[in-house]
Design a protein around this ligand. Structure first.
Ligand SMILES: [Zn+2]
Length: 267
């Protein structure tokens, strides 16, 4: 399905050898952003996440409510389109963020935070995978506007603006600013925990593709979706949209951006 299933994005080759003002860079086509190795004080609250494997959510739970009904009651940012044309305000800061227990973070990348609504589903998803012998962890999650600005400029300096726009989001245009998006990856992805397309062909990546929607997550950037999304395939990039909508998104076969556009036009 993917044209270059084992291609390693150029940015990754650079990221692996470049230290940048004390920040560790994560290459993620839409989202590459500096990852703070030390958790910052910007997280509103902390939460104790389950230390034992949480029970897997049942797909049938999603059928109880339609996506349309869910959308009416949902926080408008939960289902908002964020892409290269439609930016978030520079002063938008994802509210009610919580820390995800570090046991679910890629080693060396602690202090991951997401909006409260997405934390438990994320932990449930990673727990369910682990219970099946599939080890997946979070490498990056919430990114502020200013972090994205810093990151994008870094990639412009490294790659030139045209290529940077293909692999990185400009500030305001990253789904990570929503606080409901994360990059989940395995240690078997190329070299260690790097975000590489190869993940999509591995058992871990296939598990995410097959099961993420059961926990309310959609994969924003599918194989061969660049003409629509503007980004190359990112099998690690998941966004929480709630179980009812994730179930309908999965069965729709649409890219997430088209699905959300259709949902918005129906509201
Ligand atoms: Zn991402």
């Amino acid at each position: 399905m993917n044209r270059h299933p084992f291609a390693r994005p150029r940015a990754l080759l650079i990221a692996s050898s470049v230290a940048f003002v004390g920040l560790l860079l994560v290459a993620c086509g839409e989202t590459e952003a500096p990852v703070r190795v030390v958790a910052t004080a910007s997280v509103v609250t902390t939460t104790a996440t389950p230390t034992a494997a949480a029970p897997a959510a049942t797909p049938t739970a999603a059928a109880a409510t339609s996506c349309a009904a869910y959308a009416k009651a949902a926080d408008p940012f939960l289902l908002r389109v964020v892409d290269k044309q439609r930016a978030l305000p520079s002063d938008f800061t994802a509210p009610d963020r919580q820390l995800v227990d570090d046991q679910w973070a890629v080693p060396g990348f602690p202090g991951q935070s997401m909006r409260a609504i997405a934390v438990e589903p994320m932990v449930q998803m990673l727990s369910a995978a682990q219970a099946q012998g599939v080890r997946i962890r979070i490498k990056s999650s919430y990114r502020s506007y200013s972090e994205q600005a810093t990151t994008f400029q870094f990639w412009v300096n490294q790659l030139g603006e045209a290529q940077a726009r293909r692999e990185s989001a400009t500030p305001g245009n990253s789904e990570h600013q929503l606080g409901t998006t994360a990059d989940v990856i395995s240690a078997n992805s190329g070299t260690g925990w790097e975000l590489v397309e190869q993940f999509g062909a591995l058992p871990e990546g296939k598990w995410v593709a097959a099961h993420a929607h059961e926990f309310g997550f959609a994969i924003s950037y599918p194989p061969d979706g660049e003409a629509i999304t503007g980004y190359v395939w990112e099998p690690w990039h998941v966004r929480y949209i709630g179980k009812p909508c994730a179930a309908e998104w999965q069965s729709s076969g649409l890219t997430l951006v088209r699905f959300l556009e259709r949902l918005a036009s129906a509201r």
